[in-house]
Design a protein around this ligand. Structure first.
Ligand SMILES: *Cc1c(COP(=O)(O)O)cnc(C)c1O
Length: 390
């Protein structure tokens, strides 16, 4: 019987031990024992499904995978030590030398480095399309194109990609559609509904939600997942059972946390939009977002991340950060504590202004990851800092 998302995040059916525990215990063990030689043979031959070694599977990682897969409507999944482990593992498992990838230009920094610096070592090239021009994807397709890749909403520009359009293009040209769904979480957006074959999460962000553990997961089509699983178990970027236990616990509160993140983020985006020191604000569920209609169609709420531009360029951006009292200056996001970054003077400092603009990073642009503090305290801190910049 199919259940609602909120229930799927909580009611994962796990095996109980002889103690009949209600919530899942922590299984800190590197290996599992066999009854006899025949049991071990049959287990390695995969004639029976059971845990052998925690680099392969572990009850805690299985529970975590099951929760994400259920929420995303996926057949199966594989967990990894980090989000980047999931992205690299997915690519390494599915691509051969000579294959070609098409990706949105606005993607997470380390993913971009993976595509530009490392995949070419194995003769895998990537072509990029601008997020404002998804129609150009078809002009980039080559006979050897295998994967179409995107994030939506994008980081840090908060642009959206039309998942239905990407799904149609992927289907028409027989491409594997891979979506990094980190900003939306499995609660706000389920790309598989629109034709994604695989969905990747950095569980480090909103899935953990309290900035404590790293983790990653890829879910989707079971045949592809089987390939990714075999790569994962042989290459060793395994999620630790302890982190998986934390993440499963976090999944149970994901929907209530994300509801609050979204309510506070929308109120804060509206507050920022009305402030005279601000040029523009981008948040998917603000009516002024150029893709507001698309946001309403494919997301159930706007998420926790806001981009905005303070007047006065780089200096104003730095002054603004320095005038904050409570908000953390940190590079993480999706934490219970609100986090501010100024990409032009920090994460994207090395890029030329032209390169920054190409990925939507203007000099005065600020990224705000809205936490779970009271919205009045968040807005008070923002207002005080905005009032001090000249
Ligand atoms: C953080 C992040 C990643 C990488 O995840 P890690 O857990 O830090 O390895 C990938 N994609 C997006 C969109 C992210 O925000």
């Amino acid at each position: 019987m199919s259940k609602k998302l909120e229930t799927n995040a909580i009611r994962t059916q796990m095996e109980r031990s002889q103690y009949l525990e209600h919530s899942t215990p922590l299984h800190l063990t590197s290996s599992f024992v066999f009854e006899d030689a025949e049991d071990m043979r049959a287990s390695f031959a995969e004639e029976k499904q059971r845990n052998i070694y925690s680099r392969f599977t572990n009850p805690n990682t299985s529970e975590f995978i099951q929760k994400v897969a259920d929420m995303e409507g996926a057949e199966d999944g594989v967990s990894f030590a980090t989000g980047m482990g999931a992205i690299f593992g997915t690519y390494a498992a599915l691509l051969d030398s000579g294959d070609h990838v098409i990706s949105a230009r606005s993607i997470f920094g380390s993913t971009h480095t993976l595509f530009t610096k490392y995949l070419p070592k194995w003769n895998i090239e990537t072509s990029y399309f601008k997020v404002e021009e998804p129609e150009s994807i078809e002009t980039l397709i080559q006979p050897n194109t295998k994967i179409l890749y995107a994030e939506t909403p994008t980081n840090p520009g908060i642009d959206l990609l039309d998942l239905e359009l990407l799904g149609k293009i992927a289907k028409k040209h027989n491409l594997i559609l891979v979506i990094d769904n980190c900003f939306a979480t499995p609660y706000l957006q389920q790309p598989i509904k629109y034709g994604a074959d695989l969905v990747i999460h950095s569980a480090t962000k909103l899935i953990d939600g309290q900035g404590r553990v790293l983790g990653g997961v890829t879910v989707g089509n079971s045949e592809l997942i089987r390939e990714i699983y075999l790569f994962a178990r042989n290459s060793g970027s395994a999620l630790s059972p302890f982190n998986a236990w934390i993440l499963s616990k976090s999944m149970e509160t994901l929907t209530v946390r994300v509801d609050r993140h979204c309510q506070t983020a929308l109120a804060t985006a509206e507050f920022l939009e009305s402030h005279p020191k601000i040029n523009w604000v981008k948040y998917p569920f603000l009516k002024s977002h150029p893709q507001y209609e698309l946001a309403k169609k494919q997301m159930s709420q706007g998420g926790s991340i806001i981009a905005f531009e303070v007047k006065g360029g780089i200096e104003a951006g730095r002054d603004f950060l320095n005038a904050l009292n409570m908000l953390s200056i940190s590079s993480n996001l999706g934490d219970s504590r609100s986090i501010i970054t100024h990409p032009a003077s920090t994460t994207h400092y090395k890029l030329s202004e032209a390169d920054r603009l190409e990925v939507g990073i203007t000099d005065g642009m600020i990224r705000l990851s809205v936490g779970l503090e009271h919205k009045e305290d968040i807005q008070k801190d923002l207002k005080k800092a905005l009032d001090t910049i000249r």
